[in-house]
Design a protein around this ligand. Structure first.
Ligand code: T3D
Length: 257
């Protein structure tokens, strides 16, 4: 069904695997369309409670396919048509999204990882703000997320110097959640994703929505939004289950509703 990605749902987790390994999973037009379609499908499926984006081969994603651009390419239009809607779509999905960074993440491939809610890094993975090496600026949400994740000074350093950093360095600066050794990669990524997929999905969605909005809100507005969100979470099945499990001294069985 898809030409440039693989898509599978298993144990409440949707796996979106970028599949152009010979180009280090660089984005061509088809891949951007297919990622968007698969995310839409995962978002709409009530059985899906966590999404993982990963890559086949030795890279996560090397950014825009540089063989598919030329001097007539209108990058502004290209971003507005493909990348920006994808990044906005990811922020709007009220389910956790994990980037399972199996190898190099470069340029807009790094932006894709930054737009995820969690970043798990393979021990051999690397990260590079490659834009500067082709005379471009960070895009696809990179200028929004990178300084928020690693801080202004570090973000400028990475974007302007464009030096490759290792998974261990990425962990040190807070860019990734966890570095996973090669022999534990599949097992640990699956365990992390399935753990999230069995948590209170509705509350996770609300956390994501209001954390995102908090950047543009003052304290009074955030307090109001927290009260609103808590009213919704407080009337959920999972809240009742959490309280019951606590009182009965058992493990909760959250259903994501
Ligand atoms: O709207 C718009 O379209 C503008 C948006 C732009 C967003 C961007 O993403 S701009 C930044 C684009 N990405 C890059 O500049 C990264 C280019 N790639 C690299 O710098 C390096 O390949 C890596 C650092 C990612 C990995 O280096 P290395 O040494 O491990 O691998 P390699 O040998 O360079 O690449 C292996 C193959 O993948 C090679 O093909 P070959 O020679 O074996 O046939 C290489 O050409 C290909 N490849 C890697 N990245 C891309 C690519 N082909 C097309 N586009 C790529 N981005």
């Amino acid at each position: 069904m898809y030409e440039t990605i693989e898509f599978e749902v298993k144990n409440h987790v949707a796996w979106v695997t970028l599949n152009r390994p010979e180009k280090l999973n660089a984005f061509n037009e088809q891949m951007k369309i297919e990622i968007k379609e698969s995310l839409k499908k995962a978002a709409a499926d009530p059985d899906v409670r966590c999404i993982v984006i990963t890559g086949n081969g030795r890279a996560f994603c090397s950014g825009q396919d540089l063989q598919s651009v030329n001097e007539d390419t209108d990058y502004g239009e290209h971003l507005r048509k493909y990348y920006n809607p994808m990044i906005q779509q990811m922020a709007a999905i009220e389910k956790p999204i994990i980037a399972a960074i199996n190898g190099t993440a470069a340029g807009a491939g790094l932006s894709l990882a930054l737009a995820c809610d969690f970043r798990l890094a393979h021990e051999k993975s690397s990260f590079i703000e490659a834009f500067i090496h082709v005379g471009l600026v960070p895009d696809s949400g990179n200028m929004y997320y990178l300084p928020r994740i690693v801080g202004h000074a570090k973000a400028l350093e990475l974007a302007i110097l464009g030096e490759k950093i290792s998974a261990a360095e990425a962990k040190d600066i807070g860019l990734v959640t966890q570095v996973i050794p090669h022999d534990k990669w599949n097992e640990d990524v699956t365990a992390f994703a399935e753990k999230l997929a069995h948590m209170p999905t509705k509350a996770i969605g609300l956390i994501k929505r209001y954390f995102n909005q908090s950047w543009d809100s003052n304290l009074q507005e955030v307090l109001g939004k927290e009260a609103y969100a808590q009213k919704i979470a407080g009337s959920s099945y999972d809240h009742r289950e959490g309280i019951a499990a606590f009182l009965e001294k058992r493990k909760p069985l959250f259903l994501g509703k």
